[in-house]
Design a protein around this ligand. Structure first.
Ligand SMILES: [Zn+2]
Length: 192
């Protein structure tokens, strides 16, 4: 994805990275680290580009009329995010199901919406809810369900150091809230 870097902001972030690297005990003038503050600033800016995108606008680029009323499922959309408590990555997969109500969304836009919310400082619970609510509201869908499974580096490389744990969060709205069979149909489908 092409993004526009704001040079003024990038330079400011880079100078903070320079301070952090020094404070950690490194020599920022060392050959291998010379361009690291700038590279790190750009990487962080890229990975948090969701702040500079509007999810509703992204969705409106590809909403089409559709008469169908049965569940549409997109499974295993991978995402990368940062936990807002430690600014360490968490990453995993999101599966989305929705019940159309007169229209449909281009499938790649569902993945884009996930990115818009993932590329911020986040907690997994809120990421799951925000993706669900955005699709439910913008598509006026009859129902939306979102399941997110993720691994958190703040669990793996610090603190409790649990290497194999993963976290699952679930959110649903509309028909999925009322109808347990519909929820089970979704869960069955994403097992395949
Ligand atoms: Zn964390």
């Amino acid at each position: 994805m092409d993004i526009q870097y704001d040079n003024d902001v990038i330079n400011k972030i880079a100078s903070h990275f320079e301070n952090i690297i020094e404070l950690l005990g490194e020599d920022v003038t060392r050959e291998g680290l010379k361009k690291t503050p700038l590279r790190a600033a750009k990487a962080l800016y890229y990975a948090t580009n969701g702040y500079r995108q509007n999810p509703t606008e992204v969705m409106h680029q590809a909403i089409f009329e559709y008469a169908g009323s049965k569940m549409v499922i997109v499974k295993d959309i991978e995402f990368y995010s940062f936990c807002e408590h430690h600014i360490l990555p968490f990453f995993g997969r999101i599966s989305i199901g929705y019940i159309p109500n007169g229209n449909m969304i281009g499938l790649s836009k569902l993945a884009r919406v996930v990115d818009v919310f993932a590329r911020r400082l986040q907690v997994q619970e809120r990421l799951t809810t925000e993706v669900c609510r955005e699709i439910y509201n913008t598509l006026s869908a009859n129902g939306v369900i979102v399941v997110c499974n993720a691994q958190h580096l703040c669990m793996k490389m610090r603190g409790v150091e649990k290497q194999d744990s993963s976290t699952t969060t679930i959110e649903y709205m509309g028909d999925f809230e009322k109808d347990v069979d519909l929820r089970n149909q979704f869960f069955e489908s994403i097992k395949i």
